[in-house]
Design a protein around this ligand. Structure first.
Ligand code: SF4
Length: 226
């Protein structure tokens, strides 16, 4: 299925409804760039983790239970491609779990509680769309630094479960520099948004993205059946 199959905009659809007439070749080009960037991201992360001697193995806490927000259209569309790659039964299972997760978020938010909820893509502790997992899934864990557009540098602590060696010597050798990776994703994002004429601000959990994708799949199926 391609997004260009979605021919009609329905009132009340998500912010992604403007994509109904999108050119698949634009999306495929961006998806190829995202895949290439993701691969380099993962190997850069592995190098930093190895430098710190960091490993997730044996940890009793699952990072896939944290409520992260995602902001890029290019990652949304790459996740869309990932869900396309699943068989129908698996995909429907993800859609159901995503709706369940959103229901739990609503309950927890109403209670004013922050509770951990497992990502709808996680099955038995493993990511069921590992090759399509989002940027933060690939970068979360090791201490990082990033140069901001104004020239200042921001730093982030690593996983809270560990006592990191944050000596200047260690950080100089190992700290994960996200700057160029973020900059590259930003370039892909800007180009994609310009080509698709997409101007919406995105702040969504994976579960929210998945329910938006569910809507697009549903709508495409409806159009195909007409
Ligand atoms: S997408 Fe995969 S790696 Fe990321 S939180 Fe969900 S299950 Fe975990």
């Amino acid at each position: 299925m391609g997004l260009d199959c979605l021919a009609v905009v329905q009132p009340g659809m998500s912010i992604f409804s403007p994509l109904v007439a999108a050119d698949n070749s634009i999306i495929d080009l961006a998806a190829g760039k995202v895949r290439d960037l993701y691969n380099r991201m993962s190997s850069a992360y592995d190098n930093a983790a190895a430098c710190y001697g960091f490993s997730c193995s044996g940890c009793d806490e699952n990072c896939c239970e944290e409520r992260f927000y995602h902001h890029s259209l290019s990652e949304f569309l790459y996740l869309f491609r990932g869900l396309e790659s699943l068989d129908e039964k698996s995909r429907q299972g993800v859609f159901i779990r995503a709706r369940d997760v959103l229901q739990l978020y609503r309950i927890h938010d109403a209670e004013g509680m922050v509770r951990r909820v497992i990502c709808p893509l996680n099955i038995d502790g493993l990511c069921s769309l590992y090759d399509y997992r989002l940027m933060i899934c690939r970068l979360h864990g090791v201490p990082y630094k990033m140069r901001m557009p104004d020239g200042t540098e921001t730093q982030g602590a690593g996983c809270h479960k560990l006592n990191w060696d944050m000596s200047s010597e260690k950080n100089a050798a190992c700290m994960f520099d996200r700057t160029d990776l973020y900059r590259e994703l930003s370039g892909i994002e800007i180009e994609l948004r310009q080509k698709l004429g997409f101007g919406h601000r995105i702040k969504k959990t994976i579960a929210e993205m998945i329910t938006d994708i569910d809507e697009l799949f549903f709508y495409n199926q409806t159009m195909t059946d007409l």
